[in-house]
Design a protein around this ligand. Sequence first.
Ligand code: KMH
Ligand code: ZN
Length: 274
Amino acid sequence: MEKLIITAAISGAEVTKEHNPAVPYTIEECVREAGLAYEAGASIIHLHVRTDDGTPTQDKNRFKEVMDAIKEKYPEVIIQPSTGGAVGMTNDERLEPTELNPEMATLDCGTLNFGGDEIFENTENTIKYFGERMIERNIKPELEVFDKSMIDMALRLHKKGFIKAPMHFNFVMGVNGGISGTLRDFVFLRESIPSDATYCVAGIGRFEFSLAAASIIDGGHVRVGLEDNTYISKGVLTKSNGELVEKVVRIAKELGREIATPAEARVILGLSKK
Ligand code: KMH
Ligand code: ZN
């Protein structure tokens, strides 16, 4: 079986220090959290950035500062900026980090309810626009799917030339408004993608580690991090992103799955920039 790629979603746009004081806002805090995750075994850092007061921003200058600071200490790690940003941002604002030509970036494949009155909007034209940008700049999209219909959208847009194969999916499971985090739904998603595709699973909240274990057994990859879950076990806040990654590494070792280095992750995902 392929080695396991662990992605750490260190920051997110919705989670705050009120949820968990380890959520990084400043550049130094982002470097600390990325470093702890990388040293524990993560090869990809999924990155959102904030201003120092915690406000989410897609400002490319802020992304550059954070990415440069992480790369200075951890030059090997793969940094995957978010183009999802935060609910309500414009498409061009969300696309700003692609101007830095990262190796990867997220590409959200559909619209969904996102808590309370919020709607995370990704129309078909938006997805096409983002897909074209990533092809132009040779950025490997991680296709964020929050429901089965979003896989169907990605497959349709692949046929129309907006997304290249082999595709890499991230199943985000357990968002209120998206698909649930059950094993049944995990099997449904992973059986719905092409045989040459790779996938990762991001279980939200209490689904984080059960879905990580399912993906490890199944040959998929895993995303954990404060963006998705702030607890290390029931009722116990995690100390850091590193502690969440360490737990996945322990589960993988018990199940006999080796962990990929960033160089190995680049080969598995066909990243061609470094
Ligand atoms: N913050 C969410 C609205 C992504 O990174 O591409 C979108 C999100 C997905 O987090
Ligand atoms: Zn994200």
